[in-house]
Write a protein that binds this ligand. Structure first.
Ligand code: NAD
Length: 286
């Protein structure tokens, strides 16, 4: 293997995405430390890593019991942010709250050495919203992963006007080294590439069903058969879970708020939250 772009990686936040990023980076041979706020969160993190080991054994080609278990136990855990002093790359996956993110970057700005590059996994904030808190605009950018990173392995990379192009390219290389397909954005865009395509697509599907034009199953069938795609909008919505699109739509304009209301009355209030709850637009037996 070529030299590791960032030998020592620290991941901040070990929730849904942070745990996956830490685990994927570790299994690809990097030295990984994961940070979270307290002992309880760290205990949960270790449980998540053990769960990921099982998932990789079942779903990832070439993953065996030995290497998946070694990755689960090999990630160092800490609740001391001073760990930043030893990191070449810090990937931040803390809650999607501007004040929380800005606070952590302000602390990192003094704790991390010159060489350290900071990357945010934020889905809805732009790196420009955070850059002044980092104290290192040239070494800061967004590196955005998708949920179920081992399967949906895009890494969207998006800088601010201040990001050094060499740093950007090193992060592109890093993404490849951990098994991602890097998607390079030339300038900032809310929603990156994926959500810029997906959100309007899902909203269009919902508008057709909510407007009484066709049933969800018919809309999905149209999309699958006519385009060769494996899933239609409602199949995707069931996997995402209905709460996330509801929260997005509820904060939109009048048309989006109508969609939110439709989702709430017909599905969410009836406990139909998507695949994870056993029922959404479809029923699931697993
Ligand atoms: P999550 O709520 O599952 O996890 C957040 C973690 O951060 C928790 O472990 C929490 O204990 C920890 N945390 C809380 N406050 C903290 C602090 N001050 N410092 C450090 N850690 C703290 O959230 P998530 O879904 O993993 O999302 C994290 C980030 O990843 C967000 O920016 C989100 O937009 C992004 N993201 C999420 C998804 C997704 O599908 N969930 C996909 C792509 C990107």
């Amino acid at each position: 293997m070529t030299d590791k772009t960032f030998p020592k990686v620290t991941v901040l936040g070990t929730g849904v995405l942070g745990s996956q990023i830490a685990y994927q980076t570790k299994i690809r041979g990097f030295d990984v430390t994961a940070y979270d706020i307290n002992a309880e969160a760290l205990a949960k993190a270790r449980t998540r890593f053990v769960g990921l080991a099982k998932i990789y054994q079942q779903e990832v080609k070439g993953a065996d019991t030995a290497n998946t278990e070694a990755a689960a136990t090999g990630i160092q855990l800490t609740d001391d942010l001073a760990v930043a002093a030893d990191a070449d790359l810090i990937i931040e996956a803390v809650p999607e709250i501007l004040a929380v993110k800005r606070d952590i970057y302000t602390k990192l700005a003094t704790l991390a050495p010159e060489r350290t590059v900071f990357a945010t996994n934020s889905s809805t904030l732009l790196p420009s919203d955070l850059v002044d808190a980092t104290g290192r605009g040239d070494r800061f950018l967004a590196l955005h992963f998708a949920n179920r990173i081992w399967q949906f392995n895009t890494a969207e990379i998006m800088g601010t006007p201040q990001t050094d192009p060499k740093v950007f390219q090193r992060v592109v290389e890093f993404a490849k080294q951990i098994g991602m397909v890097p998607i390079e954005l030339h300038k900032e865009k809310a929603g990156y590439v994926l959500n810029s395509l997906l959100v309007p697509f899902l909203n269009s599907g919902m508008a057709l069903a909510a407007g009484g034009y066709a049933e969800p199953a018919a809309i999905d069938a149209t999309w699958r058969i006519a385009t060769g795609s494996p899933s239609g909008p409602f199949q995707i919505l069931d996997v995402v879970g209905l709460t996330t699109p509801y929260n997005i739509a509820k904060n939109g304009d009048a048309a989006h708020q109508k969609l939110a209301e439709w989702l709430k009355t017909n599905y969410i209030d009836k406990g139909k939250l998507g695949r994870a709850s056993g029922e959404g637009f479809y029923k699931y037996n697993d």
